[in-house]
Design a protein around this ligand. Structure first.
Ligand code: FAD
Length: 315
């Protein structure tokens, strides 16, 4: 019987950093099982063992990938029953939260979102009001469902590796009967840049870029960085919404966050304030972004960024 069950959707060729973070946190709750949706190759299976996972569950049909969240919640409910876990951990993504809500209803379980840490007794620490406060919460129900914010926990393999048992879980037939299914997917043109939520360096732009992300992209390319944005920039249509960093966007925690033409509103800070080093470029010396910056440059981003790119290219 496991104490914690981690949901990993589409594990891919190698597990995402966010999945490793969930596995690291789950171990603090005791024996950990994983419910996988999608193909699990040998490398990913070995990683689960390295993280101390004792049991891996897969849907019997192996066919949930094209469905939206409903069948995934039904599958997870069945995996909870099979594993005996009392804590279920998912990503704090919009989809993770929706699955968590549906699972909570199915299991009459308490749901705690925006989790940033958890104690062995199940007390969860959560971030509220755009990261301004941390609070603690503990579900009083037998099973609790937790969605965990990304990039706040350092992935740590277990001291002793395991060989997880693999078992199939029967997904109730009615779970997929009337469920919406994805009919086609459109691949985004590959940028060659790292995934925003997992990048070690992020170059982010706001309203100050005035529609031109070119200088940011050039700097990102010489640094091997991802490009992020404030909501002002994504709302203006200058860059896709998937680049939005902040309370209602992606949470990042890179080694280096370069903020250009962003004022540093509380909702933007919520998604990047745990970055190890923050460099802010803003032409307004009074901008609140300088309150959280480790290094501040008062200047025009269209002059500062090309200089930085040229200087780095020389090295
Ligand atoms: P502004 O506040 O307009 O700042 C632009 C900055 O650029 C200014 O400081 C200016 O001095 C500087 N600038 C202008 N030209 C240049 C130049 N040439 N060189 C250098 N600097 C220049 N925001 C997010 O970012 N992420 C979120 O997830 C998010 N979620 C939200 C959720 C809710 C419920 C709400 C209400 C708001 C949310 N917002 C979010 C919006 C947030 O409140 C701010 O409005 C937004 O972050 C401002 O974006 P900005 O800093 O790019 O623009």
């Amino acid at each position: 019987m496991a104490n914690a069950l981690v949901f990993i959707d589409n594990p891919g060729a190698s597990l995402k950093k966010s999945s490793l973070e969930l596995l690291t946190l789950a171990r603090q709750l005791g024996e950990t099982a994983v419910a996988v949706n999608g193909e699990l190759n040998d490398d990913a299976a070995a990683t689960l063992g390295a993280y101390g996972v004792t049991a891996v569950y897969q849907p019997s049909s192996n066919d949930l990938g094209d469905y939206l969240v409903g069948p995934k919640a039904a599958y997870l409910a069945a995996a909870v029953a099979a594993s005996g876990a009392t804590r279920v951990l998912l990503e704090n993504s919009p989809e993770g939260k929706e699955i968590a809500g549906r699972l909570g209803i199915k299991l009459s379980a308490g749901v705690i979102t925006d989790v940033v840490g958890v104690e062995a007794d199940g007390t969860a620490h959560k971030s509220v009001l755009a990261g301004s406060y941390n609070t603690s919460a503990k579900a009083t129900t037998p099973v609790a469902v937790l969605t965990v914010k990304a990039n706040l926990i350092e992935p740590q393999p277990a001291d002793t590796a395991t060989t997880p048992e693999v078992a199939k879980v029967e997904v109730p037939a009615d779970a997929t009967a009337a469920a919406a299914r994805i009919s086609s997917r459109e691949a985004k043109p590959a940028s060659g840049r790292p995934d925003l939520s997992e990048a070690r360096i992020v170059v982010a732009g706001g309203r100050g870029v005035d529609g031109d992300f070119g200088p940011l992209e050039e700097l990102a390319d010489v640094l091997g960085a991802a490009v992020g944005a404030s909501r002002a920039a994504t709302d203006a249509g200058w860059i896709g919404h998937d680049a939005q960093v902040g309370q209602t966007g992606v949470t990042v925690s890179p080694q280096l966050y370069i903020s250009a033409g962003i004022s540093g509103a509380i909702q933007q800070k919520a998604g990047m304030q745990t970055s190890k080093v923050i460099v802010a470029i803003n032409k307004d010396a009074e901008s609140p972004v300088f309150e959280i910056a480790d290094f501040g440059i008062v200047g025009d981003l269209f002059k500062v960024l090309p200089q930085a790119t040229a200087e780095i290219k020389k090295r």
